[in-house]
Design a protein around this ligand. Structure first.
Ligand SMILES: C[S@@+](CC[C@H](N)C(=O)[O-])C[C@H]1O[C@@H](n2cnc3c(N)ncnc32)[C@H](O)[C@@H]1O
Length: 289
């Protein structure tokens, strides 16, 4: 009996101790969350802004945060190099453009590139990625569907074709070619998010047996098996791709949305102007290798 009472008392003490621990840790639980929040250092919450120099001159700029929490930095960015800035907030960039000082807000987590605009003046544009090991061919801007349809029609795509879309975005060009003409297609994009979207769209369109998508630097892929290549890239990026396009089989077709292929003037067979449903103007250039 005495033994039972001792055991019972021991039980009560243990239960009480557990209650005390739980209650105290309840208070600490809140502190625990706070300390986890504190532990995720602000640097981990920060994202990276990258700024790439795609011009042929050293670009000088200054960059600072709006609230001056990051002191202004003066940067001289060499040709082809990328500056990286960790930040949780937008940053403001200032640089000289046509004799005056221009300022822009840059969003945390986004890639940007210095390029020349159509008047050959320095400008900062959205980029596609901040990877050091790959060229940024163009930011993601999808070709409107009416233009996609026209590009495929001009290329006279059929079920015997193998289409490569270089910088495939959401995969719409090769997916449309597969769905409408039964053509096989390969989409390449450097952005993993675009590749995920492309694969999902191919599944929805039920053309997974005809198309495939892979995350890769398009400047390093072999195009020799393609019969049709589609591109919607910046003019300087089209120029970079020329050595790969030269490897295409004679008779292969290249369709470029909005920009010509430098040095391929003798291969241009047609150019078509059109408007999309929003009234925006587009040009499609058709080349035969
Ligand atoms: C203007 S979008 C064109 C998308 C699609 N071809 C279309 O017409 O709807 C350009 C695409 O090129 C991709 N890109 C940029 N640099 C690249 C590279 N080095 N290799 C592969 N893709 C790249 C971007 O991620 C973006 O999705």
């Amino acid at each position: 009996m005495k033994k039972k009472i001792e055991l019972l008392m021991l039980g009560v003490v243990v239960v009480a101790a557990v209650i005390v621990v739980v209650l105290t840790s309840g208070g600490n639980g809140r502190n625990g969350i706070d300390s986890v929040e504190a532990a995720i250092s602000s640097s981990e919450l920060k994202k990276e802004i990258t700024i790439r120099n795609v011009t042929d001159e050293i670009v000088h700029f200054s960059i600072k945060s709006a609230d001056a929490s990051v002191s202004s930095q003066e940067v001289s960015l060499e040709i082809g190099k990328i500056s990286h800035f960790k930040t949780a907030k937008p940053l403001f960039i200032t640089f000289e453009r046509a004799g005056r000082t221009d300022s822009y807000e840059l969003d945390a987590g986004k890639p940007y590139s210095f390029r020349y605009d159509e008047d050959d003046l320095l400008q900062i544009y959205d980029g596609s990625h901040g990877r050091e090991d790959a060229v940024d061919l163009a930011p993601y801007v999808p070709t409107p569907m009416s233009v996609v349809e026209k590009m495929l029609e001009l290329a006279e795509v059929d079920a015997d074709d193998l289409i490569f879309d270089i910088g495939c975005g959401d995969g719409r060009i090769v997916i449309t070619a597969a769905k409408k003409y039964g053509a096989r297609g390969i989409g390449i994009d450097i952005d993993p998010q675009r590749i995920r979207e492309s694969k999902e769209s191919a599944k929805e369109a039920d053309v997974e047996d005809l198309v495939s998508f892979r995350m890769d630097d398009a400047t390093k892929i072999d195009l020799s098996t393609a019969t049709v290549v589609t591109i919607y890239l910046l003019p300087e990026s089209n120029a970079l791709l020329v050595p790969q396009l030269e490897e295409l089989k004679p008779g292969s077709v290249v369709v470029s949305h909005n920009y010509t292929i430098p040095g391929w003037e003798d291969k241009e067979i047609e150019s078509v102007e059109m408007e999309d449903i929003t009234g925006s103007h587009h040009t499609i250039f058709l080349y035969r290798r």
